[in-house]
Design a protein around this ligand. Structure first.
Ligand code: TRP
Length: 335
């Protein structure tokens, strides 16, 4: 039974500036695990993109090759179904980026809402690395090189998909061929997950890593920001901005129970302590098997390396093919 003609091609990636956390899990990992059964799936370890704001400290990226690979596999990515590959080992992506950059204006780059917000957050001002401003173009190269039509991502990545599709249209217009494929995003059901302090940026030690120990997890749940006005159990509490409920929504399998807890919390009569106990139990159950598998994998680095290497070899062939087509389409391939 051949279903190849209807099968989606998926490309997703992660900046590997740290081990993966629960935001990655709900934002995209869970979907990837499901989608790998029905689609051709490429997962890019985006070390080059990680360097766009860490260029002078490559160790902030190169420390995490094994951690991220172990996170993928422990979360249920099957290397027999998904191709895990390393961005810096795929030179075709860099060449495509350079070609695409000629089709994108600086003002278009400056208008990308996610990049705009990151520039403020990271307080770049005049120290903004050029590579950072253009990372959506390099991401367009990532997506188009694999001819991906589906990109499962967090909500914050929607502007990247939009920019990618603009570039796809331009290249297809210029070459007069349908060389590149338009893509659509598939956003995880929970959108963005806040850090435990309620802030959206998870680069400041406010995320819960998949590798967290049981004790650290309990501590993180207990430290979660709730409703500062909710002092007594009998007080009515607020759900909006309450991190515990954001995580219950994202992770608790019993939605009826969560709805009931919310009603009770808002009316008054449900304490933060009880909410945190329920959440802690549910996260412990989720993360215990992941932690165990991850530890097993981290003890076998040669295996992790072989997974990344063989995935990258497959990816090298595909991305080079796309680059050749684009160059030929633009009349650049003289020989
Ligand atoms: N921008 C993504 C992140 O911040 C990483 C990424 C790089 C990516 N290339 C991609 C995501 C291609 C989807 C598709 O984690």
């Amino acid at each position: 039974m051949s279903v190849h003609h209807t099968q989606s091609v998926i490309l997703t990636g992660d900046r590997i500036t740290g081990p993966l956390h629960l935001g990655h899990y709900t934002g995209s990992l869970q979907q990837r695990v499901t989608l790998q059964h029905s689609a051709v799936q490429y997962i890019l370890m985006a070390d080059m993109q990680g360097l766009t704001d860490n260029g002078a400290q490559p160790e902030k990226v190169n420390r995490y090759f094994y951690d991220v690979a172990a996170d993928y596999l422990a979360a249920g990515i099957d290397p027999a179904r998904s191709v895990i590959c390393l961005q810096s080992a795929l030179p075709a992506l860099a060449e495509l980026t350079l070609l695409y950059l000629n089709l994108v204006t600086v003002s278009r780059l400056e208008r990308n809402p996610t990049v705009k917000q990151e520039i403020i957050q990271k307080q770049f001002s005049r120290t903004l690395p050029a590579g950072f401003l253009i990372y959506p173009v390099s991401q367009a190269a990532d997506i188009t090189a694999f001819k991906a039509d589906l990109v499962p991502v967090g909500e914050d990545q929607l502007p990247m998909i939009e920019q990618t599709n603009e570039i796809v249209s331009k290249i297809n217009n210029i070459t007069g061929q349908k060389l590149l494929v338009h893509c659509r995003a598939e956003v995880g059901k929970t959108g963005r997950l806040p850090g435990i302090d309620g802030k959206m940026s998870k680069s400041l030690g406010n995320a819960i890593n998949l590798s967290v120990s049981a004790d650290e997890l309990t501590r993180a749940v207990n430290a979660m920001f709730t409703d500062p006005q909710h002092l007594r159990v009998s007080d009515p509490g607020r759900i909006e901005g309450n991190v515990v409920f954001a995580y219950l929504d994202a992770f608790h399998p019993d939605t009826a129970r969560v709805a009931e807890m919310k009603a009770r919390y808002q009316a008054g009569g449900l304490g933060d302590r009880e909410c945190k106990t329920v959440l802690n139990e549910c996260l412990q159950t989720l993360l215990a098997p992941i932690r165990e598998e991850r530890a097993r994998l981290m003890a076998d680095k040669p295996y992790l390396l072989s997974v990344i290497r063989s995935g990258t070899e497959k990816a090298r062939e595909i991305t080079q093919q796309t680059l050749d087509q684009v160059k030929r389409g633009m009349g650049l391939q003289l020989f």
